[in-house]
Design a protein around this ligand. Structure first.
Ligand SMILES: [Zn+2]
Ligand SMILES: [Zn+2]
Length: 71
């Protein structure tokens, strides 16, 4: 197994700190935890009623979810 993981959204290597795991596909993606973090924002944070807190979704799953809602 490789210790380097690639972001499921943009395919670039992940920062050790600025990352999060998508609750839908389980992939890890870039999530800057500070305003000047040198990483792109590849996911979104959602308030999740069942989890009673904040959950993370990569942009792919977030987009798929939004498209489903619009139909
Ligand atoms: Zn990324
Ligand atoms: Zn995902």
């Amino acid at each position: 197994m490789s210790t380097e993981e690639a972001c499921v959204v943009c395919g670039s290597n992940l920062d050790a700190e600025h990352r999060a795991r998508c609750i839908y596909c389980g992939g890890v993606f870039h999530q800057p935890w500070s305003a000047n973090a040198p990483v792109p924002t590849c996911g979104r944070i959602f308030a999740h009623a069942d989890a009673q807190g904040l959950v993370f979704a990569c942009l792919r799953c977030a987009q798929a979810m939004l498209e489903q809602r619009q139909r």
